[in-house]
Design a protein around this ligand. Structure first.
Ligand SMILES: *[C@@H]1O[C@H](CO)[C@@H](O)[C@H](O)[C@H]1NC(C)=O
Ligand SMILES: *[C@@H]1O[C@H](CO)[C@@H](O)[C@H](O)[C@H]1NC(C)=O
Ligand SMILES: *[C@@H]1O[C@H](CO)[C@@H](O)[C@H](O)[C@H]1NC(C)=O
Ligand SMILES: [Zn+2]
Length: 510
């Protein structure tokens, strides 16, 4: 701790540090790169110790209330899992600060929608041997076997790794169309591509709502989609037409939509099955999209929840903020934080639409990234700007920077480049500074947070393996094999549908 900081918990350490000459936390003269007058000031009440005592007591009362009105003995009829792809804990801290600063406040005190949830846990994120971790496919199949509905919403191609985990089994996450399977010298008739599985295989063909990007994986190389993107399929199939034919054959109502207007009109007259593909490739970043033609993640989430809520038995919905990851890989920090805020808005919408009494909402990430929040800037300093500090050569450095990625700048005569003088500095496409030049920034290996609200939320506390998550959700919802909240002693009731699902899973695993 540096002696002049108004930090709140470690008063003793603060005093100790003030007395020693602390080479680990040296005093540095603030530079002119951050003007104190341009910063929003914290609420004056924060300067009194009494304020923080009251804040702590309010926190205790809120937890007491949470314990008394606990939903511990309830069962989750509905489960919504939000996945922020690459949404590290550092990303959360930076995004909440940006949220507050956009509202003209210092920022650090803000909260993302899910940061108010009663339970927070951590999961480890290592994989046994593969990128596609967890067993999300199981939980969608378990929900369907229990007579509930299931759906997916994502800002990436719907055939991209995380949403595909809900419905597809593929040896390679890149096998999004038959062309990718052929490129790897495999037979697409043996190894079905992910788009094919979504349209023709269980559980993909039973998902009531599928919303995201990726039209190109569903149409042949000889045709272009509604917005001019060429298809990628080399088997000549148009899976969007086949999806519609399948619904006609099953005598169910259906609608395919590809822009925001069509989505909103479908929302007014919901079909049994809704497929919305809003881009040829991934959906655009929120900051770069035209919100008159492109739906937001919150809008997609709302339509999905309204559609699935028609099933009285309940539903499982997977919602992915998938482009947080992409922006981090390109060191585009403002986009990464903005996509995180879009996910927070989507969670807020879900929390408004669904009751805590019967709907479990879980918000988590699959892995971290190597973005750091560093330096010693004063409260309220622009989170996207330089630290209130300079390196040993007097060159500014950014509060948010990456340990690797494409944003590397060669040193000039042994000195770092001053990135704040670059012509496109702070524009959306401006890349943050990095240490190690790489074509794409890497994932980070630390744990990620899990936020839970609704029935059985307390089960999500602690530090555990990521692969426990679908089992915890299944426990809360009383679906699938294994322990259930509704009969803690029970293993499982083998309905014919459930047995079929287990056999199906076993066959595919074998
Ligand atoms: C199709 O569904 C409608 C409405 O549910 C029903 O009235 C009709 O009989 C069904 N047709 C067939 C061939 O099953
Ligand atoms: C679209 O963006 C504009 C400008 O940011 C904003 O004023 C408007 O409310 C947005 N519309 C929707 C539907 O989100
Ligand atoms: C690097 O240092 C050399 C020698 O001092 C000088 O001539 C040169 O202009 C410097 N280059 C840059 C880009 O500053
Ligand atoms: Zn990634």
């Amino acid at each position: 701790m540096r002696s002049h900081m108004l930090c709140r918990f470690v008063f003793v350490l603060t005093l100790a540090a003030a007395q020693a000459d602390d080479r680990y936390h040296p005093e540095r003269v603030a530079t002119a790169s951050v003007s104190p007058t341009s910063r929003p000031l914290p609420d004056r009440a924060e300067l009194s110790a009494q304020h923080w005592v009251q804040e702590a007591q309010a926190g205790i009362r809120a937890r007491q209330r949470g314990a008394r009105t606990s939903t511990a003995d309830r069962v989750a009829r509905n489960v919504v899992m939000f996945l922020g792809d690459g949404m590290s804990v550092t990303t959360l801290a930076a995004a909440r600060t940006l949220l507050g600063q956009r509202q003209g406040r210092p920022g650090e005190e803000s909260q993302l929608a899910f940061e108010t949830f009663p339970t927070v846990g951590l999961t480890k994120t290592y994989c046994v041997n593969s990128q596609i971790a967890s067993h999300l496919d199981s939980i969608a199949a378990w929900a369907l076997a229990a007579g509930r509905d299931a759906g997916i919403v994502t800002t990436t191609r719907v055939t991209h790794a995380s949403p595909a985990g809900v419905y597809a089994r593929a040896a390679n996450r890149n096998w999004e169309s038959d062309a990718n399977v052929r490129q790897d010298n495999q037979d697409p008739a043996q190894c079905r591509d992910i788009a094919y599985q979504l349209i023709h295989s269980f559980p993909g063909n039973h998902l009531k709502v599928v919303l995201g990007g990726g039209r190109r994986e569903f149409i042949p190389t000889t045709s272009i989609d509604e917005e001019g993107t060429w298809g990628r399929r080399t088997d000549g199939r148009n899976l969007l037409e086949e999806w519609q034919q399948d619904k006609i054959r099953r005598n169910v109502t259906y609608r395919y939509v590809w822009n925001r207007d069509q989505l909103m009109s479908a929302n007014d007259d919901l079909p049994d099955y809704l497929l919305g593909l809003f881009e040829g490739n991934h959906m655009q970043y929120n900051l770069e999209a035209d919100n008159r033609t492109e739906p937001s993640l919150a809008e997609l989430t709302e339509v999905a929840i309204r559609s699935l809520s028609r099933n009285e038995k309940g539903f499982f919905l997977f919602v992915e903020g998938g482009r947080i990851d992409h922006a981090h890989h390109d060191n585009l920090v403002e986009l990464a934080l903005d996509e995180t805020l879009e996910m927070s808005a989507a969670v807020a919408r879900a929390a408004e639409l669904l009751s805590e009494d019967d709907s479990l909402i879980v918000v988590t990430a699959d892995h971290a990234h190597v973005m750091t929040l560093n330096g010693y800037s004063p409260r309220g300093t622009d989170i996207l700007g330089p630290s209130n500090d300079r390196d040993e050569a007097g060159v500014p450095y950014m509060t948010l920077s990456y340990s690797n990625g494409p944003g590397f700048r060669p040193h000039i005569n042994g000195t770092r480049a001053d990135v704040t003088t670059e012509p496109n500095y702070r524009r959306v496409e401006w890349m943050s500074h990095v240490d190690v030049p790489l074509e794409s920034e890497t994932h980070g290996g630390e744990d990620v947070a899990v936020f839970a609200r609704g029935p059985q939320h307390a089960m999500f506390a602690g530090l555990y393996e990521q692969s426990q998550l679908p089992h915890l959700m299944a426990y809360a919802a009383c679906i699938g094999p294994g322990l259930h909240a509704c009969s803690a002693a029970a293993t499982h009731v083998l309905t014919p549908a459930l047995l079929a699902a287990i056999v199906w899973l076993t066959m595919l695993k074998g």
